[in-house]
Design a protein around this ligand. Structure first.
Ligand SMILES: [Zn+2]
Length: 145
């Protein structure tokens, strides 16, 4: 897959992530509906955002490893203002920070849950939204305990 620098989905005007070459394993995993993150070959911890060295022990030796897709809701904010036209029908919506069982925290959208029902610490599970042939978004929704 070639890196994608397209940032707006033509049909809806929705902004899309820019994919950098060093992130390709993550995005290829997302297209297969898996969360693939770096895991350190020295201390075995995983991390996000993607980077060249383990933030726990600074080793630069790592592999790409599949995460469970389960975690807890660590924190969130609620947006009431639509900053682009695409969000006009979405407000109010939450942007959440998820702590995966494996440790890394991802900042994502939260689906299938009214803002008033969001609770810090609630169990969550990954959900994958295929946007284009290149881009599948990793998002989360309430999960089972
Ligand atoms: Zn490490």
């Amino acid at each position: 897959m070639e890196p994608s620098y397209k940032v707006v989905e033509e049909k809806t005007g929705r902004y899309l992530p820019v994919i950098y070459p060093e992130e390709l394993p993550f995005w290829e995993g997302a297209r297969k509906h898996e969360i693939i993150l770096q895991r350190c070959n020295s201390c075995a911890k995983s991390w996000y955002p993607i980077g060249p060295a383990c933030p726990h022990c600074f080793s630069m030796s790592f592999k790409w490893d599949r995460m469970s897709g389960r975690g807890t809701l660590h924190n969130y904010v609620v947006f009431h203002k639509p900053w682009t036209k695409w969000f006009e029908s979405k407000v109010p919506y939450a942007v959440v920070q998820i702590q995966l069982e494996e440790g890394p925290r991802l900042t994502t959208n939260f689906l299938d849950c009214a803002v008033k029902d969001i609770k810090i610490g609630m169990p969550v599970e990954a959900v994958f939204e295929d946007i284009t042939s290149d881009i599948t978004l990793v998002q989360f929704r309430p999960g089972k305990k």
